[in-house]
Design a protein around this ligand. Structure first.
Ligand SMILES: O=C(CO)[C@H](O)[C@H](O)COP(=O)(O)O
Length: 224
């Protein structure tokens, strides 16, 4: 099975949790794309869903598929959010933000009753950190924060798009850092979020309720 087939299998399994009249959070990325297409089919088949997108790209695709989109402030709580991840571990902790949508994704996750993560099997790791952790920062403070992260030994690299700094949907920059040697992720998260100018990190430590992994022989569902 290819990674993309695993992603699609996980996505199709996840949409089974969606019921009529739900408010659904739509993640971002290549795995989420399969899920959004499947949600589009549910809607085309007559299901009444209201969806909140986690990025401009997701919003665009969802609208093309005829999915009803609302802004987060138009609803009280999201019933289910389905999103991808760059890595997950045995404690349901994630690294997200490879696609740059970590800030809105984390806001959606925090405002959701039941968060489902869908992934191909390569995302399943013993310890988070082979994938660099994205940190979203405001442009005004980016250089100073890079310097701070260097002093912390986190080997920061500012994300670029060609010759220009990468910009998120919220017009911020991203710095990718190396956390493979970090054992206390909670302490790291607290330390980073205290730095003025750091808006958010791609560490999702306690929002996930269910992880569905695409696998040869059928999807594996891990419940927290
Ligand atoms: O966090 C994300 C975007 O910000 C994605 O969920 C993550 O990067 C996984 O992407 P993909 O499904 O393409 O492997």
């Amino acid at each position: 099975m290819t990674a993309d087939q695993e992603k699609k299998q996980a996505a199709l399994e996840a949409v089974k949790y969606i019921k009529d009249n739900m408010v659904v959070g739509l993640g971002t990325g290549s795995t989420a794309k399969h899920m959004i297409e499947a949600v589009g089919k549910l809607v085309a088949d007559g299901m009444n869903l209201t969806c909140v997108p986690s990025s401009d790209a997701t919003e665009k695709l969802a609208k093309q598929l005829g999915i009803k989109i609302v802004a987060l402030d138009e609803i009280k709580k999201i019933d289910i959010t389905i999103d991808g991840a760059d890595e997950f571990d045995g404690d349901f902790q994630l690294i997200k933000g490879g696609g740059g949508a970590l800030l809105r994704e984390k806001i959606l996750a925090w405002n959701t009753k039941y968060n489902i993560i869908i992934a191909d099997s390569s995302k399943d790791v013993k310890k988070l950190g082979a994938f660099k952790l994205p940190v979203e920062v405001i442009p005004f403070a980016t250089k100073q924060i890079v310097s701070f992260l260097e002093d912390e030994g986190l080997q920061p690299v500012q994300r670029m798009k060609g010759n220009d700094p990468y910009r998120t949907d919220e017009n911020n920059n991203i710095i990718d850092i190396d956390i493979l040697e970090v054992d206390d992720l909670k302490a790291l998260e607290i330390k980073l979020l205290k730095v003025p100018g750091i808006v958010e990190t791609g560490l999702f430590l306690d929002t996930t309720s269910l992880i569905i992994v695409g696998k040869e022989g059928g999807p594996e569902t891990k419940e927290r």
